[in-house]
Ligand binder design. Structure first.
Ligand SMILES: [Zn+2]
Length: 95
């Protein structure tokens, strides 16, 4: 499990709490109190495709309102994929 603490091996935080933490933040493990943070490189790797899709969707939606529902759907899928990768693929490290 990627959400297990590198200090004590128990679950350090919930996936939702991890999403709120962000790539540069750190938090005390809820089992042992050790400082943990997400692996920086993988965190950005997980976040960047979603951010790109969300950013590119805005000007396209502005240009043609007809495509808006499709763009919003793609954006939502990209965000879901991004959050899932961030919560379940990016490992925790000692901080
Ligand atoms: Zn711990």
């Amino acid at each position: 499990m990627v959400n297990h603490c590198p200090h004590c091996g128990r679950q350090a935080l919930s996936p939702a709490r991890k999403l709120l933490l962000g790539p540069s933040g750190s938090i005390a493990c809820r089992a042992c109190g050790g400082r943990v943070g997400v692996a920086f490189g993988k965190a950005w790797l997980a976040l960047s495709p979603g951010l790109l899709v969300a950013a590119s969707g805005l000007p396209i939606a502005h240009a043609s309102i007809r495509h808006l529902p499709m763009i919003l759907t793609l954006d939502a899928l990209a965000l879901v994929a991004m959050f899932a990768a961030y919560a379940w693929w990016v490992p925790l490290q000692c901080r």
